[in-house]
Design a protein around this ligand. Structure first.
Ligand SMILES: [Zn+2]
Ligand SMILES: [Zn+2]
Length: 157
């Protein structure tokens, strides 16, 4: 809760919805203008800007600089993209990543296409198990064999 000083005035100059970092979801905000003699004490997540304006989440009452209302959290699609790419770059074979995507979205073909598209321009495979890997992988996670350029990836594309 904000404690407001007694000099000057705070004026609500706008309201709307924004993504509150503290609540981690979309909330209502009020945009407040504070004149220069006004004192505000708040939980210091962000400092109030020089202009004396801030936005305040109407749920948790944390305050942020006005730019906070421009912030757009990553979409589910962007999160998935980052997670899949992270797994592949960490050396997980494609079929394991596909299984994770499929568990979430329930479509094997779609999951396969999605993951294959993120394998990079030069996907690799294990000559022993046939597991597919992202181009940045070095060895097969399963058997430790050095990877070679993939040969059987084209079937699905
Ligand atoms: Zn909040
Ligand atoms: Zn292998």
């Amino acid at each position: 809760m904000i404690i407001l000083g007694s000099k000057g005035r705070a004026k609500v100059i706008g309201m709307g919805k924004f993504f509150c970092p503290a609540c981690n979801q979309v909330r209502n905000y009020q945009r407040v203008y504070v004149d220069k003699y006004f004192t505000v004490y708040w939980i210091p997540l962000f400092k109030v800007g020089k202009m004396g304006e801030y936005v305040q989440c109407q749920t948790c009452h944390n305050t942020y600089p006005p730019e906070a209302i421009q912030y757009r959290p990553p979409s589910e699609e962007e999160r998935l993209h980052a997670a899949v790419l992270g797994d592949l770059r960490n050396g997980l074979p494609a079929h394991m990543v596909i299984r994770k995507v499929e568990e979430r979205y329930g479509d094997h073909l779609l999951a396969t296409r999605y993951v294959y598209n993120l394998l990079g321009n030069h996907p690799l495979e294990c000559p022993t198990c046939g597991y597919l890997y992202h181009e940045s992988a070095a060895r097969c996670l399963n058997c430790g064999t050095a990877l070679r350029p993939a040969t059987h990836l084209l079937e699905l594309q």
